[in-house]
Design a protein around this ligand. Structure first.
Ligand code: NAD
Length: 315
């Protein structure tokens, strides 16, 4: 298939694109490249530096599918400039979906977020629960979802609500929970945990990217799906990290006791199976760091990098 991937040079996209190529797809990787471009050249890969807000300049004729990953990709970054966030993460999603529909694209995959539920007391946060988004980031994802659902009669729409992703990528993020705590253990020998009892859902990078490849072969799977397979506390993540990196855990009081969890039984019912765990991610990060392949740099922290470069505001 011929696939158009937005946000293709991001943390997830940089792992996803080679998997799509390996599966035999022809890929156009489209990204504004805020964090650079770490994709390796390939005969079936075209890399385009562009802004998804310019939907009029995106020609999707001849494409079979779109995997839409581009957004202002976390809460604090989305708060930096809410108007920019809504334009990129929501308005552009609507215009891209419209472009796709008009250009005859049959398949649209959207990276939403498990955070659209907001705070939930239910032990099983399933797709049918009410969405109570708390931040600009969550709100743009929720509205983006609603827009895409309105195109379901015109193309296959698959909306994924991923848990927090963990693990390695050539475009590394160290601002996501597991990666952050593991890097603290490795580079400082100490992990600072605020509270620690807050539960967070997690998914390994290999599983979330395998899922997008899987979904392209499964147009029968439509609608909204959670994707997170380990709901564990921050303290458990820290303990796992210290098992693999010699470090101590310092617990400090937290004024944010929020817990999030997701239930992914609906996704499992499609036949998809995760293959990796949080502990795998920690082990892989430790090995890459010790091999000198992983650097603790500002680019790996979206907020810091956006403040310094994209928005040109001093951190
Ligand atoms: N990483 C996670 O834990 C996680 C969890 C749930 C959902 N998601 C979602 O998955 C998607 C990918 O996340 P990620 O972790 O790879 O984030 P990322 O920040 O590494 O990647 C996002 C990419 O989008 C690009 N981008 C931003 N604005 C653009 C624009 N106007 N035009 C074109 N490209 C633009 C950026 O340059 C970046 O490469 C995001 O939509 C994010 O909200 C991520």
């Amino acid at each position: 298939m011929k696939i158009f991937v937005t946000g293709a040079c991001g943390y997830k996209g940089t792992v996803l694109v080679p998997k799509l190529l390996a599966a035999g797809h022809t890929v156009t990787a489209f990204d504004i490249m805020w964090f650079g471009n770490f994709l390796k050249p390939h005969a079936n890969l075209t890399v385009v530096q562009g802004d998804v807000r310019n939907a009029d300049q995106i020609d999707l004729r001849g494409y079979d599918g779109v995997v839409h990953l581009s957004s202002v990709a976390n809460d604090p970054c989305s708060d930096l400039d809410p108007l920019l966030t809504w334009e990129i993460s929501c308005l552009a999603t609507m215009r891209l979906a419209d472009r796709a529909m008009r250009d005859g694209v049959r398949h649209f995959i959207y990276a939403s977020s498990g955070s659209v539920y907001g705070l939930k007391d239910e032990p099983n946060v399933t797709e049918d629960l009410e969405l109570v988004p708390l931040s600009e980031y969550n709100k743009t994802k929720m509205v983006g979802e609603r827009v895409l659902l309105s195109y379901m009669d015109r193309m296959t729409v698959q909306i994924i609500r991923p848990a927090t992703v963990c693990g390695l990528s050539p475009r590394m993020r160290l601002d996501v929970a597991v990666n952050l705590l593991t890097m603290q253990a490795l580079s400082r020998g100490e992990i600072t945990v605020l509270g620690g009892e807050q539960t967070r859902p997690n998914i390994h990078m290999d599983d979330i990217t395998d899922l997008y490849v899987f979904l392209l072969d499964r147009p029968d799977v439509t609608g909204v799906y959670n994707a997170g397979f380990e709901n564990i506390s921050i303290r458990q993540i820290a303990e796992m990290a210290t098992k693999h990196a010699d470090a101590k855990i310092v617990i400090k009081p937290s004024n944010d006791p929020r817990s999030y969890r997701v239930n992914s039984d609906k996704l499992l019912a499609t036949g998809f199976r995760p293959k990796k765990t949080v502990e795998d991610a920690i082990r892989e990060i430790c090995a890459a760091y010790r091999a000198g392949q992983l650097i603790d740099e500002d680019r790996a922290y979206n907020l810091r990098w956006m403040q310094q470069t994209v928005l040109n505001k001093a951190a």
